[in-house]
Design a protein around this ligand. Structure first.
Ligand SMILES: C[S@@+](CC[C@H](N)C(=O)[O-])C[C@H]1O[C@@H](n2cnc3c(N)ncnc32)[C@H](O)[C@@H]1O
Length: 415
């Protein structure tokens, strides 16, 4: 990746491609100076929003302290495993880098203050993406990555503003259950979500389905939601995966999880799982064909009633950012008798840290276009990427075509 800084373009303007190192140094110095000025500003002049969002962090914020220590204080009572530490610190650095430092009270600011920061960042990211997407010599996958990173940063900003930090808390019990998990491997498309995301998924299952006669299934479970859920769930917890290391680990950590082995791409799931589950969760690979290999197995296993739900964690860009992909997805969904129940943005986070997932930063670098942009160089270091939670349910009164129904069942069961 280049470290030379072009001025980031607007939506309508292409950037100059040969910005000099000297400019970068000047900008950096300006940014550092602005940061110092910002820390010396009288914070009591800043508007602090006293609203529902203020239930988090505000109690720990001492307005008389400079920004860095205010940041630490605001997050002082959080566990170091809460992703907000890194997210907030990243956002502070990003806006300082852009010459428009966030106020020390961030994220406790008036909606109009949020809007001005958000819009300025959105416009710069949008300009960067339009510029890159206009370069015909860059492959589509590489064009999409800056947009994914940019949208992630914008979602993280919204997460900070809209959700209390407790949204990303994780308990010691969850961390203990996830300790010594097998290393994620590329061969199985594994990329672990953060521990708080795993816990949030488990909490959602409890909230919606906790009952002695409930049965829930995880179609692929490198995120180990079954392990975290099982000790707290009064119903049955099942998981199915191809990776023997995971099946063994889950068996050791939570022996009451029912484990099944299957290959969703080259085979199907055991016929005994057909329409057995009240809820089925999956975090499929981020490619259209494999997404459907996984999703059809989830549909196969879901009970045929109005209350049953599928919880699919998925990267929105892999549906929306490709021509007609979302259209095709919704058409096929309807044809199979399903519809969206809700979409929850940035429900899941995935760490990009070398410590957490040693193979991931290298994979990410390989997917980035080789362009000169300091903004891209900066957002490439976003600490987490995101995915949405798509909740799906069966369409009431859906009458499947009998031949299609037979074929669907035959296709998705193990042969
Ligand atoms: C596809 S991975 C992706 C999850 C990840 N959190 C992400 O966002 O990229 C989810 C699970 O599917 C499993 N898996 C991968 N390929 C599979 C296959 N062909 N059949 C069954 N399970 C598979 C992996 O072992 C993993 O547990």
């Amino acid at each position: 990746m280049s470290t030379t800084p072009p001025q980031e373009p607007s939506d309508t303007q292409s950037p100059t491609e040969d910005e000099s190192e000297a400019l970068h140094e000047v900008e950096q110095t300006e940014v550092e100076q602005t940061e110092v000025e910002q820390t010396e500003e009288e914070p009591s002049k800043l508007i602090v929003m006293q609203s529902s969002v203020a239930n988090h962090a505000f109690a720990f914020f001492d307005k008389s302290k400079p920004m860095e220590s205010a940041l630490v204080d605001m997050l002082g009572e959080l566990s170091p495993d809460n992703p907000r530490y890194q997210i907030r610190s990243f956002l502070y650095k990003l806006f300082s880098f852009l010459g428009n430092p966030l106020p020390p009270t961030w994220p406790l600011v008036e909606p109009s203050v949020f809007a001005s920061y958000y819009h300025s960042l959105r416009d710069q990211i949008s300009g960067l993406c339009v510029w890159i997407e206009g370069k015909k010599d860059i492959e589509f996958d590489k064009q999409m990555m800056p947009r994914f990173l940019g949208e992630t940063v914008l979602y993280l900003m919204r997460l900070e503003y809209e959700r209390p930090t407790s949204f990303n808390d994780v308990t010691d019990e969850t961390l203990d259950l996830l300790a010594q998990r097998p290393q994620a491997i590329i061969d199985y498309d594994q990329l672990y979500c953060t521990a708080d995301s795993t816990q949030r998924r488990a909490d959602r299952m409890i909230q919606e389905f906790d009952a002695p006669d409930s049965k829930v299934l995880f179609v692929g479970d490198d995120d180990l939601v079954s392990v975290v859920l099982a000790p707290r769930f009064s119903g049955e917890v099942h998981m199915v995966d191809l990776d023997d290391r995971l099946l063994d680990f889950i068996g050791e950590k939570s022996p009451n999880v029912h484990r099944h082995k299957a290959d969703f791409v080259f085979d199907g799931v055991d016929a005994a799982l057909y329409q057995q589950y009240d809820a089925v969760a999956l975090d499929p690979p981020w490619g259209y064909y494999r997404l459907w290999c996984f999703l059809e197995k989830a549909m196969f296993c879901l009970k045929d009633n109005r209350h049953a739900r599928i919880y699919m964690s998925f990267c929105p860009l892999h549906l929306e950012n490709q021509q007609r992909k979302m259209h095709r997805f919704q058409k096929r969904l309807t044809k199979l008798g399903f519809t969206f129940d809700s979409i929850e943005t940035a429900f899941n986070l995935y760490s990009l840290s070398l410590d957490d997932q040693p193979e991931v930063p290298g994979r990410l670098d390989a997917l980035l276009p080789d362009v000169e942009s300091t903004l891209l160089d900066f957002i490439r270091h976003v600490p987490y990427v995101h995915s949405q939670l798509y909740v799906l349910r069966r369409l009431p009164y859906f009458q499947p075509n009998p031949v299609q129904k037979w074929f669907f069942k035959w296709w998705n069961r193990a042969k």
